[in-house]
Design a protein around this ligand. Sequence first.
Ligand code: FAD
Length: 485
Amino acid sequence: MYDIAIIGGGVIGCSIARELSKYKVKTVVIEEEVDVSCGATKANSGIIHGGYDAAYGTKKGYFSHRGNILFDGLEKELNFGFEKIGSLVLAFDNDEIKTLSKIIENGKENGVGDLKIIDREELLQLEPNAGKAIGALYCKGAGIVSPYEYCIALAENAISNGVEFKFNSRVNDINKENNIYTIKTTLEEVESKVVINAAGVNSDTISNMINEKYFHIIPRKGEYLVYAKGYGDKVNHVIFQCPNEKGKGVLVTPTYHNNLMVGPDAQIMDDKYDTSTNIDNLFDIIGKAEKSIPNLENRKIIRSFAGTRATSSLHDFIIEETESKNFINVAGIESPGITSSPAIARYVRELVGNIIDLPENNKFNPHREPNVVKKSKDDMLPMKIVNEYINLGEDDPNRIVCRCEQVRQREILDALDREIKITSTDGIKRRTRAGMGICQGRFCEPRVKKIIAKTYGISEDEITTRGIGSGTEPVRVEIMKLKNN
Ligand SMILES: Cc1cc2nc3c(=O)[nH]c(=O)nc-3n(C[C@H](O)[C@H](O)[C@H](O)COP(=O)(O)OP(=O)(O)OC[C@H]3O[C@@H](n4cnc5c(N)ncnc54)[C@H](O)[C@@H]3O)c2cc1C
């Protein structure tokens, strides 16, 4: 019997799990995939928003800035990769400058202090490659994060502080008797006093298992393009476009590991699991992105991907105890969910504290060692030397396994020796970056598979690329078409 069962191992479930590991309670996270961070958490813009644009008075407005200010401290404890590079919202005419003033007012109400409008001259000092914008809203406190590394760090730290995770466990039904919930998964039945529903796009289905239907999730897909490592230098900040009657535009941003990323669009979907990308949509995204930063080089594109927002029919985050007592919905957590996650976790801990006692865990250790260490351009070895390292013996910890990202065998072994057993090559990719480079894993994936199998003493057949049924492969043909344009 558990005190608390959390359904969903995305950033919300893992943030709550880590927060609850500060207390002496028996907590379990139930996740249908092979790993954490397989849903929206792995496929988004990775922006720690300033917290100025979500409307004041909404939960999004309340939690986003409160989450943002917790990231410096979290990064020190968990080492997942966060950098406060600041953001710019570009305005292309005077009407948009007026909109920026309104955004600043809203930001102030949300508690965001470091906002100002800059003119074109100052903009060009900050962003020499900017297009024809006449000014911008500058927010120093916004940043970029590696979202899956953040989620993995939370989960690893939660586990090392006593939380249990059950993978490959899809929740199919929930019953309640004598104030105890029985959660039926594909593998077993799990009993718990409190249930927290953090199931992303499925949070409506999970809520409906035990409550009268009171909201539904509208899946909204967003497609992206990723450019080669180093091309992130094209911009210095997260660059948004001013929202206008045509929509929110697209963003251009460096990623934490210095790729360039552009996107997302917004498409309402029937299929929650469809994360395919489409060449016409990608061309459209490039066209919009080039309004902010002209002359993006298609030949630098290495990948497309898509993520699905769990937009709630109530048009805001849903974070509350439900009519079925001791059951907490943390649903409809679309953007800025990554940003808001640490503040949401604290609030959910308060909700749980109203239900059961939360005695402090005196042994709680907030620290977690980094897995992947960011490699700057200067850290990258010349190709001639890389080839020598590739040819080292199979058991040599210094052997380079991933040529593009120059990932060593020892980094992969470190990932395999951690709290979560990894049985997908994508799991290694998200932890070490092996497979994130120009060749997208064609060189290293078979090698990674071999290392996983050998380390765990299992057959290579047991190792999948991304678990069963999660996500779609990017269409390589489309990338080639884009490159050649
Ligand atoms: C295109 C896009 C751009 C975004 N950009 C940003 C951004 O820049 N900044 C920001 O702050 N936020 C951003 N977000 C929002 C952010 O990604 C989400 O708010 C966040 O990842 C939601 O986390 P989650 O844990 O609620 O959901 P998920 O990460 O989807 O996790 C839910 C988990 O529940 C599991 N699950 C589902 N059903 C079941 C079941 N029946 N049984 C067991 N497990 C189940 C899933 O497998 C999944 O792992 C963006 C989102 C998208 C899609």
